[in-house]
Write a protein that binds this ligand. Structure first.
Ligand code: SP5
Ligand code: ZN
Length: 335
């Protein structure tokens, strides 16, 4: 399977995140990249396809913010990583605020997504890796994988969040749709893919299904509940399958089957998979109990649909097992 990855993706290295009322080590480390690269075959550097496919799903003002935020933070005399602290949760309107703290609040959903020196280059490269995998499938490959990092599925059209900046899965799904494909996104990260869901929520031309920890107990809390089914033209084109903490393969397999069946019934001709390895039993920030052999089963169930597949990497924080988990998933996908 052709795998796309760009070395700039490792240059994103925030120092810490805020959790449980205090600073803690940033969980989405660049060590994840080394672990994944060591476990998979050779990777290809993607071509640079520019900003246009990114601007097809993200707002121009948000993209400009991501490009300039770290420099503005430093120009304001700040140390460390750029992080907001005030968020416009009510009566938000299009104010033109120059202060970096205001911009950080406007374009961020939380305080676990700092912008560091290499963040823009890494998230841009990650989106380009996703587009490389899309081009491979449009060129006739039946499967391609983008070893994306930072992850993307919590990023909305105009906000970062949940360790995500640009939404590589959404960029890839849009590129596939623009090429005439009927795309179903299947998100198997432990966390609900709220950014991806939001981008396509009112559209009927891209299907979104997600299996994730019940947002009543887990991040991102406010989205991913079973009654969210899409709106307007998108009504019925969103499917949320939350599972309780502690889920094992016995709980997971029927949900995965339901998500894939719904994608086929909707008429998908191409699958876009947001793969997170944070459903693994040893994940330090998550609470499902899937094993490494289960990762292969996820890949095999997807392969069983006999549709072209573009895979995108999302979360997975048990770094010592991450390579084996990704390799198992890819092995299943090739079966
Ligand atoms: C892509 C993805 O999996 N994002 C997950 C974001 C979850 N963030 C909320 C939980 C933060 C817990 N951080 C603990 C850090 C320990 N050092
Ligand atoms: Zn996750």
């Amino acid at each position: 399977m052709r795998i796309f990855h760009c070395s700039a993706q490792a240059g994103h290295a925030p120092r810490r995140e805020f959790h449980n009322g205090d600073w803690t080590e940033f969980a989405e480390t660049s060590a994840r990249v080394d672990a994944m690269l060591a476990a998979v075959g050779p990777v290809e550097e993607p071509q640079d396809r520019g900003l246009a496919p990114i601007l097809a799903v993200h707002g121009a003002d948000y993209v400009e913010f991501l490009q300039t935020a770290y420099a503005e933070w430093r120009a304001a005399g700040r140390e460390g990583d750029a992080l907001g602290y005030a968020f416009p949760v009510s009566r938000r309107r299009p104010l033109c605020l120059d202060r970096i703290d205001a911009k950080l609040g406007r374009f961020s959903a939380d305080v676990v997504t700092p912008i560091a020196e290499g963040t823009w280059a890494a998230t841009y490269a990650s989106a380009q890796s996703a587009l490389g995998a899309v081009a491979a499938v449009l060129g006739g490959e039946t499967r391609a994988f983008a070893l994306t990092r930072p992850p993307g599925h919590h990023a909305g059209a105009d906000n970062c969040g949940g360790y995500c900046y640009l939404n590589a899965a959404a960029v890839a799904a849009q590129a596939l749709a623009d090429a005439g494909r009927r795309v179903a996104i299947v998100d198997v990260d432990y966390h609900h893919g709220n950014g991806t869901q939001d981008i396509f929520y009112e559209r009927g031309d891209v299907f979104f299904a997600s299996i994730h920890a019940d947002p009543k107990t887990d991040f991102p809390f406010f989205w991913g509940h079973a009654d969210e089914r899409g709106l307007v033209a998108g009504e019925g084109a969103t499917l949320n399958l939350p599972l309780a903490r502690g889920a094992t393969w016995a709980d997971y397999a029927p949900a995965l089957d339901a998500a894939l069946t719904a994608a086929i019934d909707w008429g998908a001709d191409t699958l876009l998979v947001s793969y997170g390895a944070d459903t693994f039993e040893g994940d330090p920030i998550s609470h499902f109990r899937l094993t490494t052999p289960d990762m292969r089963r996820i890949g095999a169930a997807i392969a069983g649909m006999r549709l072209p597949v573009v895979g995108i990497m999302e979360g997975g924080y048990a770094v010592g097992a991450l390579g084996a988990n990704l390799a198992a998933f890819l092995d299943g996908l090739e079966s």
